[in-house]
Design a protein around this ligand. Structure first.
Ligand code: NAP
Length: 254
């Protein structure tokens, strides 16, 4: 009997962890819709890579800070589902898009706070709420948090608070969407070498060493350490994993 190919939507998948997740998901035989904020060319490259793996893919522009654009974004998703994927619904939503702002609790401005809220909490909250009407029952939501929601590292009070909020929201999503057999989980990476926060973990040797020193496995993380875990949550093997926070940090600050 033919099994319908599942489809995942990964926000912020033109680069970094989102790109790695999108490719790892495609390797599981799942089609992928990727989104970018400003880097269309990078996004097109990810689409090509996924198509070369034998899966369908498409890319769309999305700024998760602008919730007033979500209705039109989701109309575009519906059109893309119809034209490229020959269906009307998708299965997995990965709320990954994000930025880092480094500032102390005392120094954080209201503008920085609002920007982080919009990108990391309000955006995923309402994007997921609105996307539910075009998601299949039996699918899943994966919210990307951070190790920083469990331990403190000076300079991330506002950013980490948003990640704490998304972790709490995930439990409510799991509870309320269970009747549709939609699972909701958190993946919380430790410090990973990407462009995030100006690429500090990758490019600042001292910071890289400090993080390696507080990590049980003795190094910082790489994008390849993360994507496969998110991809696993999109498979049938993860059907009973619900409302969980999976930290993928090599054991940071144990
Ligand atoms: P990254 O390499 O800087 O990539 C960020 C991605 O998000 C890009 O695809 C970017 O799109 C997109 N993006 C940025 N602002 C956006 C917005 N306002 N609306 C929509 N998309 C936006 O960062 P990353 O390391 O992959 O981070 C991905 C996620 O992992 C974030 O939620 C971050 O908080 C989380 N995280 C990262 C680390 C780490 O150490 N790297 C650790 C824990 C958690 P464009 O390419 O178009 O700009």
């Amino acid at each position: 009997m033919a099994v319908n190919t599942k489809i995942a939507l990964v926000t912020g998948s033109s680069r970094g962890l989102g790109k790695n997740m999108a490719i790892a998901i495609a390797k599981k035989g799942i089609d992928v819709i990727i989104t970018y904020n400003s880097k269309k060319e990078e996004a097109d490259e990810v689409v090509k890579e996924i198509e070369n793996l034998g899966q369908k893919a498409a890319s769309l522009q999305l700024n998760v800070a602008e919730s007033n654009t979500f209705d039109s974004f989701l109309e575009n998703i519906s059109l893309t589902l119809k034209n490229t994927f020959k269906t009307d619904k998708f299965d997995f939503l990965v709320n990954n898009a994000g930025i880092g702002i480094h500032n102390s609790f005392v120094g954080t401005t209201e503008a920085e706070f609002d920007q982080l809220t919009n990108i990391h909490f309000k955006g995923p909250f309402f994007l997921t709420q609105k996307a539910l009407s075009i998601m299949n029952d039996g699918g899943g939501i994966i919210n990307i948090s951070s190790g920083l929601a469990r331990f403190s590292f000076p300079g991330y009070a506002a950013y980490a608070s948003m990640k704490g909020a998304i972790e709490t929201l995930t439990k409510y999503q799991a509870k309320e969407l269970g009747e549709r057999q939609i699972r909701a989980n958190v993946v919380a990476p430790g410090a990973i070498e990407t462009d995030f926060g100006g690429g500090a973990v990758r490019d600042n040797e001292e910071l890289n060493k400090t993080i390696a020193g507080v990590t049980a496995l003795g190094r910082v993380g790489l994008p390849d350490d993360i994507g496969g875990v998110v991809a696993f949550l999109c498979t049938e093997d993860a059907r009973w994993v619900n409302a969980q926070r999976i930290e993928v940090s090599g054991g940071m600050y144990l």
